[in-house]
Design a protein around this ligand. Structure first.
Ligand SMILES: CCCCC/C=C/C(=O)SCCNC(=O)CCNC(=O)[C@H](O)C(C)(C)COP(=O)(O)OP(=O)(O)OC[C@H]1O[C@@H](n2cnc3c(N)ncnc32)[C@H](O)[C@@H]1OP(=O)(O)O
Length: 393
């Protein structure tokens, strides 16, 4: 019976990667923000699925099927198959679960999912031990693994740990490696007196040959990839906020499982001051965490929160006196890292999985809006002011 069921399931799920996903050109009408995946990106992703070296598993194939249907036909509006039609009912359920997700967001999510699958099927070893870990390209990021904890440390204290383009790439690589290594917990922290002063504003001064438009396009793509890694990170992710935090280092905290902060920390998202708009899924996570009016005060008016305020509003898990911060936090993390790792992973999945599709859609939209913002006069003027030392937060 099990053999029959297995064959049945295999036949059906191989069908998922069959005809509907292999339609090469669908002649869809492309609408929505320019940043979302184009029809061409989508068609490429559809072709790429066929080239995957590893079977992604039935759950993922079902997700691909649902996103494909949503992207090409829109929300599910066909009658629900009968109870005994197991195969079509499961497919229908997966499609229907996407609700009113737009065709454009579904197309983007499909492209993102295929790109993650392609990347992971190309990675050399599923369980890369710490010693084999590819070290970051620059000293601005230090990655270590000890006592069941992988620590990713921002290490540019003279620049308040501002994030360069290379650091975004290195953090993505470090998270990908940490998701497969033997550690139970992953930590992000900073060196020196700051946790992180956000995006390095000089990133905007390195204009590529394609000019401002190309710079904004590639920054938006990098931002989306960066935030996707946090959305998908499978193990407990802890922020050890050792000092003030600004911009993107604050917004992504909504994607962490636990946030410990020194009482010297502050949390500042000055997007309007910079002519920019929220990222890191904060337009969704912050209102959920702290309520819409507190979130608006931070994200629209740039209100800076103290560590105690951030804790009262649910963004921070616990605040520690600066004098004992490191000792207390690391002792606690070492104890947590001894807990059964699979149980922690599975519990995280239960807590986070039902939100993932939504978070990917929010990330795509925020990146798309920022792509436009970065080309605006408001943003250019704010950055020019900072660089000419006229403005500081
Ligand atoms: C591709 C993905 C994009 C994602 C989108 C992300 C958006 C964001 O993160 S928005 C937030 C951007 N961050 C800022 O606007 C902060 C700018 N920095 C400041 O306002 C201040 O530096 C400070 C309040 C963070 C610290 O002030 P202070 O304690 O007085 O220290 P200094 O200003 O003297 O800083 C020392 C040194 O570091 C440089 N620096 C600090 N932060 C940044 C930064 N974000 N970008 C570039 N450079 C930064 C600062 O210029 C000083 O450099 P030197 O003068 O060469 O010593």
């Amino acid at each position: 019976m099990a053999g029959l069921a297995g064959r049945f399931a295999r036949r059906w799920f191989s069908g998922l990667l069959g005809s509907p996903l292999q339609v090469p050109a669908l002649g869809l009408h492309v609408r929505g923000p320019a940043m979302l995946a184009s029809q061409k990106d989508f068609n490429n992703a559809v072709s790429q699925v066929k080239l995957l070296k590893e079977d992604p598993g039935n759950e993922v194939k079902l997700k691909l099927y649902a996103l494909y249907k949503q992207a090409t036909e829109g929300p599910c509006n066909v009658p629900k198959p009968g109870m005994l039609d197991f195969i079509n009912k499961t497919k229908w359920d997966a499609w229907n679960a996407l609700g009113s997700l737009s065709k454009e967001a579904a197309r983007q999510n499909y492209v993102d999912l295929v790109s993650r699958l392609s990347a992971s099927s190309e990675s050399p070893s599923p369980e890369a031990p710490a010693a084999d870990r590819k070290q970051p390209e620059s000293d601005s990021l230090v990655v270590t693994s000890e006592d069941g904890i992988t620590t990713i440390r921002l290490n540019r204290p003279a620049k308040k740990n501002a994030l360069t383009t290379q650091m975004y790439h290195d953090i993505i690589a470090a998270l990908q490696a940490a998701s497969k290594d033997e550690s139970a917990i992953t930590v992000l922290t900073g060196s020196g007196d700051y946790y992180c002063s956000g995006n390095d504003l000089t990133n905007f001064t390195h204009l590529p040959a394609g000019g401002l438009e190309e710079m904004a396009r590639s920054a938006a793509a990098l931002l989306r990839d960066f935030v996707n890694c946090f959305i998908d990170f499978p193990k407990p992710l802890v922020a050890v906020v050792n000092g003030p935090a600004v911009g993107i280092s604050v917004t992504i905290l909504g994607l962490f499982d636990v946030v410990y902060a020194t009482d010297r920390a502050s949390f500042h998202t000055p997007f309007s001051h910079l002519g920019q708009s929220p990222e890191g899924c904060s337009s969704y996570t912050f209102p959920k965490i702290m309520g819409s009016s507190k979130a608006a005060e931070m994200l629209l008016f740039g209100k800076k929160l103290t560590a105690q305020e951030a804790c009262a509003q649910g963004l921070v898990t616990e605040v520690f006196p600066d004098g004992t911060f490191q000792k207390e936090v690391w002792a606690r993390l070492k104890a947590y890292s001894k807990l059964p790792p699979n149980a922690m992973r599975i519990s995280k999945q239960i807590i986070r999985n039902r939100e993932k599709e939504k978070l990917h859609a929010v990330n795509a939209e925020e990146s798309s809006v920022l792509r436009e913002r970065w080309q605006s006069d408001e943003c250019m003027n704010a950055i020019a002011s900072f660089l000419s030392r006229k403005a500081k937060l």
